[in-house]
Design a binder for this molecule. Structure first.
Ligand code: FES
Length: 344
């Protein structure tokens, strides 16, 4: 199949809109005419349904088409045109779904209407939870649109007979939520040492860590002797590798005072808010400041990992060494060591 122009449209006959509002036969004729015109233009969908597609792939073709297109649904509706993306959605519509709308034109009239215009004209698409149950597949889809987001649910079914036997095709698209469904709210993961916990976007990092038992951002006595999260004592300093908010003035001031240094890269957990997944490390020292030999929890390598690794730079102690047999003498100062000596 040929690649369509990104925003290609299929224009129905001059009487198409009046036909849409009138009897079904005229509408069907207009749709058939449009289909013929589209074929002449070579403006077929780039990807069509196939039994080779898993349901997620069949849906992805449709969602990618929505994201790639720039559609002014109202203008298309008023002009009686069918954006190429609607054609793609039609291509992947189950026979029952198509028949419910009578034609591509009827299908377009629905998708360009107020219920679905923000889906077809979405700037971005986010995929939510998917569920497969035998020959049924559903996935929530968040359509980001300048006029407001909306959450839809696509339902696909594997066709069992006819031309599309074996293909996963859309049987319905339902408007679930006017806005971002709570199901789409992100739950970032905060990793601290060998523990990972989830939280809400915007949660205070110190509170998240304290809620995870045994993972205080404070060392030793400062677990009880601290400013209570007011950004004053500086003892909740941690390293953050991930998505957190920008540093504020209070935090910046405190981290510029000894023993902290402005350039340390540390954050005060009580002044830091989680924006996405983040890995937290805590240095030694009263304030958790950098001290010689300190290692971020994130940088510690699990003992099993070291044993299992096969890094070429790893120095391996040989069985011969354990047995007291050294070969260092060959590289050392003449006469400084002998086989079985001190090995300098
Ligand atoms: S708890 Fe004191 S600065 Fe964070």
């Amino acid at each position: 199949m040929t690649e369509p122009e990104e925003d290609a449209e299929f224009v129905f006959g001059a009487d198409a809109r009046s036909a849409r509002d009138g009897d079904g036969d005229s509408s069907a004729d207009a749709a058939a005419e449009a289909g013929a015109d589209a074929a002449v233009d070579g403006s077929e969908s780039a990807v069509g349904p196939s039994p080779a597609f898993e349901p997620a792939a069949a849906l992805r073709v449709q969602l990618d088409a929505i994201e790639a297109a720039t559609v002014d649904a109202r203008a298309a509706r008023d002009a009686g045109t069918v954006p190429a993306v609607v054609r793609t959605l039609f291509d992947f519509a189950a026979p029952s779904f198509r028949q419910a709308h009578g034609s591509l034109e009827g299908f377009a009239a629905t998708l360009l209407g107020p219920m679905y215009d923000r889906l077809v004209g979405a700037d971005a698409i986010e995929r939510g939870a998917a569920e497969r149950d035998g020959d049924r597949f559903t996935q929530a889809v968040l359509a980001r649109h300048p006029d407001g987001d909306r959450t839809y649910e696509f339902a696909l079914a594997r066709q069992t007979a006819g031309k599309y036997a074996g293909c996963w095709l859309t049987t319905s698209v339902d408007l679930l939520y006017d806005g971002e469904s709570p199901a789409f709210r992100r739950t970032p993961t905060v990793t601290f040492g060998d523990t990972s916990v989830t939280c809400e976007v915007g949660d205070q990092l110190r509170a998240v860590l304290l809620a995870a038992e045994g993972h205080s951002p404070h060392n030793d006595v400062t677990q009880v002797a601290n400013c209570g999260g007011n950004g004053l004592c500086g003892t909740c300093a941690v390293s953050c590798d991930g998505d957190v908010d920008e540093m504020g003035d209070r935090e910046r001031r405190r981290l510029s005072l000894p023993p902290h240094e402005a350039a340390s890269g540390l954050r005060l957990a009580c002044q830091t808010h989680v924006q996405g997944d983040v890995t937290v490390g805590k240095h030694d020292g009263y304030w958790g400041q950098h001290v010689d030999g300190a290692v971020d929890a994130a940088d510690r390598v699990d003992a099993d990992e070291v044993v299992a690794s096969d890094r070429p730079d790893q120095i391996v102690v040989t069985a011969a060494e354990y047995a007291g047999e050294y070969d260092y003498a060959a590289d050392g100062p003449s006469g400084s060591a002998t086989a079985g000596g001190d090995g300098r």
